[in-house]
Write a protein that binds this ligand. Sequence first.
Ligand code: MLT
Length: 204
Amino acid sequence: MNFSYHHIFQPGSDPAAAPLLLLHGTGGNERDLLPLARTLSPGAAVLSPRGDVSEHGALRFFARLAEGRFDPAEVTRRTHTLADFIAAASTHYGLDPARLTAVGFSNGANIAATILQLRPTVLGGAVILRSMVVLDQPATSASLSNKRVLLLNGAADPIVPLDHPPRLAALLRAGGAEVTQQMVTASHGLIADDLTAAKSWLSP
Ligand code: MLT
């Protein structure tokens, strides 16, 4: 099968573990979050695409006008392209979309959020690490019912304004998602508290 994204797929060893969709940050690649996934859920199947937009060589999932400034048409188009890939890959690899849980960092967290806003059927939930409001549009009513979302942000993050995490939580709750929004004492980079919170959220 010809997939639109270069990616890694690792089958799971624990059928009880929700499959994970890994979405890396700017300048990363499909290998970046594999160690994080193994820490969070050792036996989970993992699908990890590589961002296909280059910003001076740094890979991302959508282009931006400047740091923190986005073109909604570009974000929407890239979100649908990635969602189409996720749907096709889930069918191909036998992943249940209702259980597929995105783990996204930074730019990858941002597109995880826009997928929930625009294409909620391809994901069952998400761990969204250091995201901001990219599309200021509420999820369609009831489109996120029965989906859980964990938003983790740093209290001293120079990239994400402090009002964005609660605003994003509200946009997702409008679709019926069960959103846990938590701040950690961190900057944009991840710290041990993120892993602890994400691990216990994944296996409550
Ligand atoms: C973005 O462009 O998605 C955000 O600014 C996060 C980043 O990639 O730095």
